[in-house]
Design a protein around this ligand. Sequence first.
Ligand code: AMP
Length: 447
Amino acid sequence: MNTFEELSLSPSIMTAIKSKGYANPTEVQEKSIPLILAGHDIFSTAQTGTGKTAAFALPILQLMGKKKLPHRVVRTLVLAPTRELAIQIADSFHQYGKHTGLRGTVIYGGVSQYNQVHDIRRGVDILVATPGRLLDLMNQGIVHLSSVEFLVFDEADRMLDMGFINDIKRIVEKVPQKRQTMLFSVSLTPEIKKLASTMLKNPSTVEIKPAPHNKINVNESVYFVEKPFKHNLLLHLFQEQSIRHALVFTRTKHGADKLVKLMVNGGIKAQAIHGNKSQASRQKALLDFKERKFSFLVATDVASRGIDVKELSHVVNFDIPEQADSYVHRIGRTGRAGASGTAISLCSSEEKRLLFDIQRFTGNTIPTQEHPFRNIQKSGHHHETTSRVEHTQNSRHHPTENQSNNNHSTGPISENGFSRGHKNIHRKSHHSYSTNKFHSKSSWHKR
Ligand code: AMP
C-alpha cells in the first residue's frame, strides 16, 4: 500500500491532504492510519519530522466525524511537552480538519489564560495542551475531560524528561477508561514502557527507525574545533557555503544569547529563542525566521521542539547535545518528509564522548570535515586531533538555497470549523484566512 486513496480516508480529509500537496503517506502514516481507524491503541517510536502528526490526526478526525454530538465537548486530547510542539500539532489539526466542521484549540503556559479560557468556553472538540496549563485549567473547573474518546501522548519521553509524570497521571485520572490511546516516544526507556503499560490497552506497535536513517534525508558532518574558535568557524562556514538560513542549537540559554551577539557583531542577522524569552517574543522570532526576515535562529533544545520550518536547509549543532536522541531531534528539523538537508556539528575535544554516544545511538559514523580552525588548540597552538569517532571525508557540502518559508496560517479557517487566532475571525471573511502568524492564543473554530 502506498497511496492515500488506499487508506480509506473520507473525502473531507482527502481534500485537506490534497491541499497540503502530500503525494503519498509516509511510513508512519501508512502503518498507523489503518490501525487507528480500526480502533487500536498505538505505541509508536516515530519522531517529529516523520509525518507522525498526520498519522494520528487524520484517522482521529475521521473517526470523530462519524459521530455527531449535540454539543461540543473535548473528545480528543493531545498532550505535548512544549508550547511550540503543541502549537504545531494544533496547526496540523487545523489544516487537516478544515473541512470536517470540528473545532479545536491549543493551551499552554507562559501566557495569560484569558483567551484560552474564552475559546474553551465556546466549546471545542479537540484540545491540544501542555500538561501544566491543562491541569491548571482542570483544577479551576474550566476544562472537563469526561468525554474524551481519543488520547494522544506526543513526545512522551520528552514529557517525562521534563518532569510531567505526576501531571500526566492526574490528567489521565479524569479521562474515561474507555478510550483509544496513542503514545509516541522516540526512546524506549523503562519509564516509557511503564507509562505505556498503564496508559495503553493491547497496543499495536508502530516502530519507525530514528529519522536520519529513515525518512529524513540529511547530509551530516562534524567539524572538530575547540570551543573558543567555534563561532569563527561558524562565520567562516556560513560565508564559504553561502548558508542563508540555518537553525543553530546551543546547549544553554546563555550560550544562545552569547552566540547571537557574536554573530550580530560579525554582520550576520541572528536571533535567539529559549526559555527565558517571553512566549510572544519566541513566536515572533519563529515567524520572522520562517519569513526569512533574518538568517539564523539560535535555539536551545526545549525551545526547538515542534519547530517546523519548511525546507530548512541547515541545522547546526554549535554544541553537541548531551542526550543522543536530542541529536536526532535537532537534525530532524532539516530534511523533513523526504526533502534533503545538511546538519553540521561543531565538536570540541570535551564533547567527543557525547559524539561517540550519538554515533552509537544512531549506528552511523558522522563524516569529519576539514577546516582552517581544526588544529588550533585552546591556547591558540596547532595540534593533531585524532579520535576513534573520527572518519575523515573531504567532500564539500553543496547547500541548497532556494527555500520557501512555511506558511503557518492561524486565522479563521474555511467555511465550517477550525480557526486559530479568533480575533482575526472578525476581521476576515470566513472563506479566507492566512495571517501567517502564530498567535499567543489560538482557537480554530467558528461556525
Ligand atoms: P511531523 O512529523 O508531523 O512534524 O511532520 C513533519 C513534516 O512533514 C510537516 O511539515 C508535514 O507537513 C510534512 N508531512 C506530513 N505528512 C506528509 C506526507 N505524507 N508527505 C509530505 N509531507 C508530509
